[in-house]
Design a protein around this ligand. Structure first.
Ligand code: UFG
Length: 338
């Protein structure tokens, strides 16, 4: 990636020890930015913090955050730190509002106190709920159907209010399905528990996990299984660098979908896993999972217009291929690459 001269030199990356956050730190570093990670390590991994310092702390600790912003001479923030399991959010809603909304309260308070006014926020297509139609564009009504999606939408509202009240400038990036991992195999996807389709399908195929449950085969989609827009995590990471640069160049506030615009069904993922690993995915056709919309596909044109962003890794076999080695052993360790 080319160096972007106008980007800030020191950026606070909350949740930078997590899956998407750690990939973003690598992209920032490549662009000449020092990512200062702020993470409580409740779900992240200290060994994924490799491109700048790690400060251990909680998002709800406004005084600590303000001190870190000052001490580390931060001039912009990328905010990933949040809980992100839809199912868990339904079971434990207070936990989600406390961490995700409480975290944004702490962050905005600290940023206002110190005078840092530039923020890139990790939002989600879960804020749309069940869309009126696909592809989904940013003008569509946001009616989230679970506490996770609601917590992200509340954060978007909070940023809008902060923009009006004290001049916050922000980009909300609404991710579709983050997938794959670093093409150079320096970083992986490590969730505990793992609930996502591609890792579970890879583990089933490579004999390191149970047979995959296919949640629903009777959806109104071409093959009856759910359709999602899988976007490579390294593409997501690069979009954050572009968003930061756009804010520095005077753009914003912005709300942008991050997807490829291409839908892939669960069955098509199983086919890709078979092509990549050489093994069929042992699977069991199962009932629908509560809260799964049949089809979520982005209209990615606004991000293209605003940031010049386009996904580079567009083939599902490439995305699955970058993830595959990490799930060939259990527990996931660094894959052996030539
Ligand atoms: N699926 C299965 N079996 C599994 C796991 C998933 O069939 O064992 C299916 C799901 O039903 C869904 C698709 O695979 O149709 C993708 O499911 P994931 O769990 O991988 O991802 P989700 O689409 O549920 O969730 C992702 C992010 C969330 C985000 C959401 C937005 O993980 O953070 O997209 O819809 F909120």
């Amino acid at each position: 990636m080319t160096q972007i001269s106008s980007t800030p030199t020191r950026v606070l990356v909350t949740g930078g020890a997590g899956y998407i956050g750690s990939h973003c730190c690598k992209a920032l570093s490549r662009a000449g930015v020092v990512p200062v990670v702020y993470d409580n390590l409740s779900r992240g991994h200290a060994d994924a913090v490799r491109w700048g310092p790690l400060v251990k702390g909680d998002m709800r600790d406004e005084a600590h955050l303000a001190q870190v912003l000052k001490d580390e001479r931060i001039d912009a923030v990328i905010h990933f730190a949040a809980f992100a399991y839809v199912g868990e959010s339904v079971q434990e809603p207070q936990m989600y509002y406390d961490n995700n909304v409480g975290g944004m309260i702490g962050l905005l308070g600290a940023m206002q106190q110190v005078g840092v006014k530039t923020l890139v926020f990790s939002s989600s297509c879960a804020t749309y709920g069940v869309p009126e139609c696909v592809p989904i564009d940013e003008t569509m009504t946001q009616v989230p159907i679970n506490p996770y999606g609601r917590s992200k939408l509340i954060c978007e509202w909070m940023m809008e209010d902060a923009a009006t009240a004290w001049g916050l400038n922000f980009v909300a990036l609404r991710y579709f399905n983050a997938a794959g991992s670093d093409p150079e195999f320096e970083l992986s996807e490590r969730h505990d528990p793992e609930t996502h389709l591609i890792p579970l399908a890879l583990m089933a195929a490579q004999g390191t996990g149970a047979p995959l449950q296919v949640f629903g085969t009777d959806y109104p989609t071409p093959d009856g299984t759910c359709v999602r827009d899988y976007i490579h995590v390294s593409d997501l990471a690069r979009a954050h660098v572009l968003a930061l640069d756009a804010l520095r160049g005077g753009a914003g506030p912005l709300k942008l979908n991050l997807g490829t615009g291409k839908g892939t069904s669960v069955q098509e993922i199983l086919d890709a896993v078979e092509r990549v690993t050489g093994h069929a995915v042992p699977h069991i056709d199962s009932p629908r999972r509560a809260g799964d919309p049949p089809e979520l596909v982005a209209n990615p044109s606004r991000a293209h217009e605003a940031l010049g962003f386009e996904a580079r890794w567009r083939q599902i076999d490439e995305i699955v291929g970058h993830a595959a080695p990490w799930f060939a052993e259990k527990p996931a360790e660094a894959p052996k690459v030539a």
